[in-house]
Design a protein around this ligand. Sequence first.
Ligand code: ADP
Length: 487
Amino acid sequence: MSAAPQRVLHVAAEIFPLLKTGGLADVVAALPPALAVLGHDVRVLLPGLPAIRDGIGPLKRLAECGPAFGAGRVSLFSGRMPDTGLPVLLLDAPFLYDRPGNPYVDGSGLGWSDNHRRFALLGWAAAQIGAGGLVEGWRPHIIHAHDWHAGLAAAYLAARPGPRPATVFTIHNLAFQGLFDASVFAELGLPPAQFGIDGLEFHRQVSFMKAGLAYSDHITTVSPTYAREIHDPAAAAGLEGLIRRRTASLSGILNGVDYAIWDPAHDPDIAQTYRSCPSPGKQACRAALRAEFGLAPNPGQALFCVVSRLSEQKGLDLVLAAVDRLIALDAQLVLLGSGDRALEEAFREAALRHPAQIAVRIGYDERLAHRIIAGADVILVPSRFEPCGLTQLYGLRYGTLPLVRRVGGLADTVVDATAAALADGSATGFAFETASPEALADTLQRAVAAWQQPKVWAGLCSSAMQASFSWDAAAARYHTLYLQLQT
Ligand code: ADP
């Protein structure tokens, strides 16, 4: 196995802090720099969406690609990320990308009608770069594509004759597959044979996710437990057959946390920095959070929080159904989230009914997420499924103990406070099995009982804050994988 550095092209649709709809953006911002530290020459190919284009600068024109996928003009620029200096390749195609807001859906929440072209272009450009075109003097050894948005990269490469880079495809969430009507296949410029059961056809539809799974040399997903779970129909959304066939080339590599951004010891967004819990700093954050949200300033009440997309996946309907138990436990809840309209409305109503104990902010606010995670005692992540999950990892570092459903990456990162785990000092939070309001409510009760015992709580917080999920560990595993793929 050679230890030579590799030229690696990551391909993704979003990147923190320029454009983020979820954990994918955090990963795309943090993993490539961690790989660069290991000696790799890493660049990230991104679509020229306004928030990304305007955040990267100065831009240098590298190539004109000519018209493609209905785009009048496609150009490739190079630039660097503002904070990390990470090299970026920006695909400029105003006709397809010059639209502000969410990268995937229009103002009414529906997928853009030309999403197949917008993301086919991303995969196509990655393949061109992989084949040695477009970026003079830089031909990647590895193309690492993220989620369905970049799924076609491997299909375009597979369709080309001659040598090609090795391909890695990372599943961040199998529930979002990039499915399109079969009629769009003719526009993609792929060989007809690829529209079949062994290719990217999924029940007479075109699946960009399936393209990534079928044509990549190796597949990763973002936690070992999720990697196992997606072999079963319950978690695989219809793709379990293909996942099982590819099992020898599939691995789970746990995401990391960017501790340069998520660490209470130097977080510029929180009321007071802190290094331990309980501590005056943590107390100040808690008091500031209560004041900001108009909650009763009662230090005798445990303070729970949620920072999440509001969706079926995240299990927040269970929190709603357990609200009465939470109130009866004399606890408080702060929620920041947006998404499903019915959930947004139901949480607003709960806050109106219990203004001293429940406060809700509907929206997306990165800095507020820091203040909430620093100020709360417990962060709730009761997901129905969770490929990795990042907020429980942030909670651990902030001494805000995660209360999670034991599933996917949540199962891999949180140690339930059982008697045995408390005794040996390994406990870092609370976990439950069944996705039911009763199971959640019982666990809320366990958390409050632990919180009422200062020594127990201090031990839990200390173990949680010491747990480390740095990107170095994940990058080392991708590094090994890249080298294996080169042999
Ligand atoms: P997913 O990608 O499935 O939404 P993750 O836990 O992997 O879930 O990542 C979610 C990311 O988005 C985290 O960085 C979290 O802090 C952030 N986030 C989610 N909702 C909000 C919100 N309403 N405001 C600010 N940040 C949010």
